[in-house]
Write a protein that binds this ligand. Sequence first.
Ligand code: KPL
Length: 297
Amino acid sequence: MRITVLGCGALGQIWLSALSRAGHTVQGWLRVPQSQLHIQVFTPEQESYHHRFTANDGRLLQQCELLLVTLKAQQLQSGLTLILPLLPADCPIVLMHNGLGVIDDLPTVTQPLCHAVTTQAAYRTSAATLHKAWGFTQLGPLNAAAQSVSHIADMLHQALPDVAWYDQIKISGWKKLAVNAVINPLTVKYDCHNGELKEVLDEVRALCDELATVMNREGIPTDAHQLYELVVNVIGLTAENSSSMRQDIHAKRLTEIDYINGYLLKRARCYGLTLPQHSALYQWIKQKESEYVGDAL
Ligand code: KPL
């Protein structure tokens, strides 16, 4: 299959490497155009792969059979708008990002559009990309045209397991949002690794209570206790991680806060709900960002 990966950070690179090793013709697409992309990826088993990929080739994009987008939520609108006109009308697009609400900001997409929610963990060092832990990716439709592209999940599963198709991807998106809305901003507030949040479980519980109220209004079958168990479990499993939001703040990059806690607050307002705990965390992160936002833009 001819595949373009838009967004070549850590997640994009592990997919580029895995798809290429599975025999697909892949290219990278960078926001700052380059004609080639040279990467080194370490698997969780410490195997090392060097690759040199074609990048930003408009001809390959016009023949593309899958566009995998691994940009962060806040980069998607500008990144996708630029390349949509070059994409074949029937080319499926898979958006793999944290947070929700991105689709509200996008131009009309007529191609089959999917959301992928993943727990694959990867990060970049100055020398290489480390695929730190195997995860699970769920893929589902964001528009009617995507109802017919469930076979993509099998193809992706062959390259970087586990991947499964899930018609109700909104449920997975909200559960991942719940995890990120608690862990990510709290690790910034306390400037700590995920595991250290075991010290502030009362705060975790209060945040989960607020999440459950909004998620139930959104039709997501869950409750505050289930969410609390989910978040505490992820805190334990990712204890050594520095969350992506904490990494963004340390690197003075814009964070995904508007698509995580920001989206939650927006949906809460639609139901006339106020969420004091999440509002306070949201303000905290926005304040942190504003200290360097001029440089980040
Ligand atoms: O997805 C994550 C992130 O850091 O963005 C978690 C699950 C919190 C792991 O660090």
